[in-house]
Design a protein around this ligand. Structure first.
Ligand code: SAM
Ligand code: SF4
Length: 345
């Protein structure tokens, strides 16, 4: 390769951000708020202390940082949280970011949501250019749903999913596999999702942030889930990738796609293409490491983007090789102290 020429993304003439291990960073996940209307047991403790409002990037600042990343070669933006749709005026940001889809600078603008506000926003999301969303749903049993989310109501989420479908959004269901909690229901969830025309992805619990319970009680290795599913159904390995860390299989009997995200049992770091921005402007180069860059002071330092651009380049220059997540009896402390709701998963 000619090292004097800037590396380019496959899609455009935009020079790509390349990390020290040769990986192009093309995917930015943005947590637009650390707040949420649910308190899922594996994600948050019941009494959370949230960030003071002045610490948050304003919607305009979030737009500036996201747009700086797009100018540097990010092709996919995912908004998450906390619950992204509970941030006040979030549609202003989403509509504004939609301009990068129109210019072709961005391939995809998407969202991970708990679904509680979808009935209200589904049409607006579609109008802003969003075509696919991830909705988190761990059970179809109303009582268990209330237990897992503490504050959530299942009918509200199911109505949201219906509204999203009607609006023309493609839906992927994300389900955290929880030992002894929704474990037995996983085949039924898959059948339901595929019956509705949705993909579904199973996620292992990750050791992030203090929660009220014991994580070794919740941890269910997906290797075991997959073995159990393979006894029931025919699983055909697929090459399909969405730019995320999931591996996909097609279930012959349901005809649908099942993704498996196994950060603990399978190391997916070698193909990592993403970085994460929190709502305070902190950039995490790896979900499982504490090293971070402060982009808020960079964005607040000046009108122009020179300082911000330099801060982004410097941060990408120290993206680590991978994470060190382990959950077992000897390591029953969070591998990273921050909650998932800060970086958004
Ligand atoms: N509130 C939105 C939602 O629930 O989809 C977006 C943010 S939430 C932090 C993003 C995803 O992370 C959800 O699918 C959630 O189930 C997952 N998650 C939260 N804590 C987790 C943990 N400790 N391990 C694995 N997944 C987790
Ligand atoms: Fe809220 Fe999502 Fe965390 Fe549940 S997983 S508490 S919905 S941020």
């Amino acid at each position: 390769m000619d090292m004097d020429r800037p590396l380019e993304t496959a899609h455009s003439a935009t020079p790509a951000m390349i990390d020290p291990f040769g990986r192009a960073v093309t995917y930015l996940r943005v947590s637009v708020t650390d707040r949420c209307d649910f308190r899922c047991v594996y994600c948050m403790s019941e009494h959370m202390t949230f960030l003071p409002k002045p610490d948050l990037l304003t919607l305009e600042e979030l737009d500036r940082v996201c747009s700086a990343f797009v100018a540097k070669g990010v092709r996919k933006l995912r908004l998450t949280g906390g619950e992204p749709l509970v941030r006040r005026d979030v549609m202003t940001l989403i509509k504004s970011l939609g301009r990068h889809l129109e210019t072709g600078a961005l391939d995809e603008l998407t969202l991970t949501t708990n679904g509680s506000q979808l009935a209200r926003y589904a049409d607006d999301l579609h109008a802003a250019g969003i075509r696919r969303i991830n909705v988190s749903l761990d059970t179809l049993k109303p009582d268990l749903f209330a237990e897992i989310t503490r504050w959530g109501r299942l009918p509200q989420v199911l109505e949201g999913i219906e509204a999203a479908k009607r609006a023309g959004l493609q839906i992927k269901i994300n389900t955290v596999a929880l030992k002894g909690v929704n474990e037995a229901e996983i085949p039924a969830l898959i059948e339901w999702a595929h019956g509705q025309g949705h993909d579904i992805t199973l996620i292992e619990t990750m050791p992030m942030g203090d929660i009220d319970g014991d994580r070794t009680d919740q941890y269910l290795p997906l290797s075991a889930v997959r073995r159990a599913l393979a006894e029931r159904w025919t699983l055909d390995e697929l090459d399909f990738r969405t730019g995320g860390p999931a591996r996909y299989v097609r279930i012959k009997e349901t005809g649908g796609r099942l993704g498996l995200i196994t950060p603990l049992t399978h190391n997916f770091c070698e193909s990592c293409n993403r970085v994460r921005l929190t709502c305070t402007g902190t950039l995490y180069m790896c979900l499982g490491q504490d090293d971070a860059a402060d982009l808020r002071s960079a964005v607040r330092t000046g009108e122009g983007d020179d300082i911000l651009d330099a801060a982004i380049d410097e941060a990408i220059g120290r993206k680590p090789k991978g994470h060190d997540f382990i959950i077992d009896r000897d390591h029953n402390r969070p591998a990273v102290a921050r909650h998932m709701s800060l970086t958004g998963g």
